[in-house]
Ligand binder design. Structure first.
Ligand code: 8ID
Ligand code: ZN
Length: 360
């Protein structure tokens, strides 16, 4: 088995040089050479990378702490192993298709790592935030942490699963919703939301999809959601809350998954959930709070679960739905060099599903 294929000395990487600054297209970015890989590392030739709203939060500085830059952004990569660090104990082989996630590596020995919650490992590396990510043609990754991609999944479809898919599949499990239960998903037509919709339908939930606009309605209705609620049709949050409750037996959904990056989606979910309902909190933004009036929160017996990406096992499960044809990311493929334009369109809320960048 060869330990490496030919790799160039330099390749394209998209570099955040500072918050809100133009993203530098560095086509002379050094590529780590096979002989320079450390034990435990692999070199991945990226074929596709998704663009996640978290990449936009980071570029805009919408984070609770400053992110160190310069930085190669991106954390939804799919590609092939082209080299393996000498002495690495791994079942991976050169040529194998693998995915790179937000979590780049973990210690593999702490209680979180051993209990299926490795995303909470205190030693976790983070792609595209604390270390260089997937907006590049090549990257170094941890052999023990890359996600093998099953045969038969085109890599442009695998890429969005490595953040959007794993995150929503994991969040869905955190709601403990059972077949037949109502689930409201806000931001239902976005990169995360449209996969949440499909995972939820695949396990027999009844879905109320909340988003805004005709394209977004079309996407969700195409998946067979039970109802699409266009948030733009309501004069007030109170009216939207009443509408969602009315759809769900008059008392609201059993669970809510908030993937919306705008509006007061968290506040609305707390209000429209039925008694004993669970909110899985997914959408991020600095200075956003989840607030509830304590008498009604307790009176309704609500649960709020913060849901942070997913574990390695969640990633394997999330990909398996795609391999079996139960879930299919809606992707539009563009060129890696167009990353900034994609982030700008995402900021204007103009994207349905996921845009995936072709790296070569
Ligand atoms: O681990 C995590 N918790 C995690 C992982 C990955 C991503 C969290 N995220 C976060 C991102 O940082 C972001 O805050 O999830 C959020 C959604 O990411 P995304 O799906 O990649 O974003 P998107 O594709 O832009 O979709 C957002 C959708 O929200 C809709 C938009 O129309 C869009 O379809 N939306 C908005 I703006 N306001 C809304 C509202 N008031 C709304 N939908 C319903 N109600
Ligand atoms: Zn993401």
């Amino acid at each position: 088995m060869p330990l490496s294929a030919e790799v160039p000395a330099h390749a394209l990487a998209c570099v955040y040089e500072g918050v809100g600054l133009p993203i530098k297209l560095d086509d002379k970015h050094p590529v780590t050479q096979p002989q320079d890989l450390k034990q435990g590392e692999v070199l991945v030739k990226l074929e596709y990378t998704g663009v996640c709203h978290t990449d936009l939060h980071i570029w805009k500085g919408d984070t609770p702490f400053p992110v160190p830059m310069p930085l190669v952004g991106g954390h939804e990569g799919a590609g092939h192993v082209v080299a393996i660090g000498e002495g690495t104990d791994t079942a991976l082989s050169v040529g194998q298709a693998v995915g790179v996630k937000w979590i780049a590596d973990t210690c593999s020995t702490c209680s979180y790592c051993m209990n299926g919650a490795d995303q909470h490992c205190a030693k976790a590396g983070v792609s595209g935030m604390l270390q260089d990510g997937t907006f590049a043609q090549y990257m170094v990754a941890a052999a023990r942490y890359v996600t093998p991609i099953p045969d038969g999944i085109p890599l442009e479809l695998a890429a969005p699963v490595l953040c959007a898919g794993v995150t929503t599949w994991s969040a869905l499990k955190r709601t403990n919703a059972k077949p037949g239960d109502w689930l409201a998903i806000s931001g239902a037509s976005g990169g995360l939301g449209h996969l949440a919709v499909q995972y939820a339908l695949a396990i027999g939930l009844r879905v109320v999809a909340i988003d805004g606009g005709d394209d977004k309605r079309k996407l969700c209705e195409g998946y067979g959601v039970d109802h699409f609620v266009d948030f733009r049709d309501y004069k007030s949050g109170a009216e939207l809350i009443d509408a969602v409750k009315a759809i769900c037996d008059g008392i609201g959904p059993h669970a809510a998954l908030v993937c919306a990056t705008g509006g007061n989606a968290y506040g609305q979910a707390i209000e429209f959930l039925r008694a004993r309902g669970t909110l899985a909190a997914v959408a991020l933004a600095a200075n956003t709070k989840i607030e509830a009036e304590v008498f009604s929160f307790i009176g309704k017996g609500l649960t709020v679960a913060g849901s942070y990406v997913g574990s390695r096992q969640d990633a394997i499960e999330a990909l398996s739905f795609v391999a079996r044809g139960k879930v299919r990311p809606n992707v539009q493929v563009e060129a890696l060099k167009d990353v900034q334009s994609v982030l700008e369109r995402m900021d204007r809320g103009q994207i349905s599903g996921r845009i995936v960048l072709k790296c070569h």
